[in-house]
Design a protein around this ligand. Structure first.
Ligand code: G6P
Ligand code: MG
Length: 220
């Protein structure tokens, strides 16, 4: 039976996928690296260094480690500047309601975001107390699509992975959920989330009753 739902943040709960993208695009222009839809899609859900490495694959020159650190800091500064004014208005439609529905059903709620800005964003949007567990991205060694982050969230919740439902907007995230042995809900369009077990256009379409059998507890 289903015992927990583990949500991604950027592009699932917060309207920040576009903000990450804009910050990377700005950096790309500054270092003359090409940027297109394919690169943007591959970066989604991937941690800061992993995203930078994707951007640098087609950069006109190679960068030393200290330069890479400076580039990451620059991108993060652009991102942090943009989210500086964020509040509850940046919650995606249906996000708060979906998390509340999971809690009302008696299930536990986790957050599996690769973003080091996740705790700050949850605070700003006023939903931090709705999460039983927030995985500290800084403690995760392997980026999505590796299952580490979803497994860490399940372990922190004290729930076996097979009793968890994962919710993601990125292909790398869906792979991570499946590699963790969980059922995957994809948020967005089927063609971007081919492997997802269920695809919803947004959390506004999330119905807890579709995943929970009221009589016998929950079923995924
Ligand atoms: C999430 C987002 C990515 C972002 C990553 C790292 O996975 O989907 O777009 O690059 O977090 O975010 P950070 O805030 O730590 O740079
Ligand atoms: Mg995401």
């Amino acid at each position: 039976p289903l015992q927990a739902v583990i949500f991604d943040l950027d592009g699932v709960i917060a309207d920040t996928a576009v903000v990450h993208r804009a910050a990377w695009e700005q950096l790309a222009a500054e270092i003359d690296a090409p940027f297109d839809e394919g690169i943007a899609a591959r970066m989604k859900g991937v941690d800061r260094r992993g995203s930078l490495e994707i951007l640098l694959e087609r950069a006109p020159r190679s960068f030393l480690e200290h330069e890479k650190r400076a580039l990451e800091e620059r991108k993060n500064a652009y991102y942090v500047e943009r989210i500086g004014q964020f509040g509850p208005e940046q919650l995606l439609p249906g996000a708060r309601e979906a998390v509340e529905a999971v809690r009302r059903a008696g299930l536990r709620v986790g957050l599996a975001s690769a973003s080091r800005n996740a705790p700050l964003l949850l605070e700003r949007m006023g939903i931090a107390p709705l999460f039983d567990v927030i995985v500290d991205a800084a403690r995760i060694a392997r980026s999505k699509p590796d299952p580490e982050i979803f497994l860490a969230a399940a372990a922190a919740l004290g729930v076996p992975p097979e009793a968890c439902l994962g919710v993601e907007d990125a292909a790398a995230g869906i792979s991570s959920i499946h590699a963790a042995g969980m059922v995957a809900i994809g948020i967005g369009q089927r063609e971007d989330l081919g492997e997802a077990d269920i695809v919803l256009p947004g959390l506004i379409a999330f119905r807890m009753a579709d995943y929970v059998d009221n009589k016998n507890g929950a079923t995924a």
